[in-house]
Design a protein. Structure first.
Length: 124
């Protein structure tokens, strides 16, 4: 399974050299409407995936393009790994945003917590 760090995702979204990845936010609609990565798409299947039910995501795969890289986002990145695995199993080129929206917000703010977490990720 591949992971994308917030700084990598931002660079890809800002780059004009390649097509932007499809950012799939699986969080509940309310969380998505409060704060989301610009240009991301919401398919609110977080609760179902958390309970181990992949059916709701499978039912909506027609909303996810097959010709672009997909980066899956959730709250902390844990449930997004389930969605990423499902997408990979069905032929998508998918990755999980490491640390989810929590890491994205920390990266955007330049928080010390994010910087320390990022350092730990790089040491692994």
């Amino acid at each position: 399974m591949r992971f994308v760090h917030p700084d990598e995702l931002e660079a890809r979204l800002e780059s004009s050299a390649a097509e932007d990845p499809f950012v799939l936010d699986i969080r509940p609609a309310g969380s998505f409407s409060e704060r989301a990565i610009e240009g991301s798409h919401n398919i609110p299947v977080y609760g179902d995936l958390r309970r181990g039910d992949e059916g709701s995501l499978r039912d909506r795969l027609d909303e996810v393009p097959t010709d672009r890289d997909v980066v899956v986002v959730c709250k902390m990145g844990v449930v997004a790994k389930r969605a990423t695995a499902l997408l990979e199993d069905t032929g998508y080129d998918a990755a999980t945003l490491r640390g989810g929206m929590s890491a994205w917000r920390g990266y955007q703010r330049g928080s010390l917590t994010y910087k320390l977490r990022s350092l730990l990720w790089k040491l692994r």
